[in-house]
Design a protein around this ligand. Structure first.
Ligand code: FES
Ligand code: FES
Length: 162
């Protein structure tokens, strides 16, 4: 075992981990942050997506021991004070959630996309989400949810400036 501190959702967690533990294992099995899902375990589905320094990464293939000093955001850190983040609310409003297993990963990737591109085209959304697989929705409503978020965020910005 080795001692390590991981910075997750704004909080430092002092942990003892084995060298071969993945970030996904630490999140789910050590910290009980089970919003991040285990799908394939082989870097193919995106269900385990988190943001590492703002970049979407599949946590099933990241070794936790390499992440000291990184800023890690999971789905549990996305909502605030009991309120859904606009991306989460848009997924609900657009009907982009069926079984929900892919949703945390979809939300994390969408967050990163919108942080870099507040007005993505449909093609840009599909490209950003190509590492996130969904077995239920056919993706159309997920794209609509990202577009709805972008529209609402632009309207909010306009209201604040006007
Ligand atoms: S569980 Fe990590 S990519 Fe599928
Ligand atoms: S909603 Fe079921 S896998 Fe996406």
């Amino acid at each position: 075992m080795r001692d390590i501190t991981l910075h997750i959702n704004g909080t430092d967690h002092a942990l003892q981990i084995e060298d071969n533990w993945t970030l996904l294992y630490v999140l789910r099995e050590v910290l009980n942050l089970t919003g991040t899902k285990y799908g394939c375990g082989t870097n193919d589905c995106g269900a385990c997506k988190v943001l590492v320094d703002g970049v979407p990464k599949n946590s099933c293939v990241l070794l936790a021991r390499n992440l000291e000093g990184a800023d890690i955001l999971t789905i549990e850190g996305v909502s605030h004070d009991g309120h859904l983040h606009p991306v989460q609310q848009a997924f609900v409003d657009a009907g982009a959630i069926q079984c929900g297993y892919c949703t945390p990963g979809m939300v994390m990737t969408s967050l990163a996309l919108l942080a870099n591109n507040p007005d993505p085209s449909e093609d840009e959304i599909l490209t950003a989400l190509e590492g996130n697989l969904c077995r239920c929705t056919g993706y159309k409503k997920i794209v609509e949810a990202v577009q709805l978020t972008a529209r609402r965020m632009r309207e909010d910005d306009g209201a604040q400036q006007g």
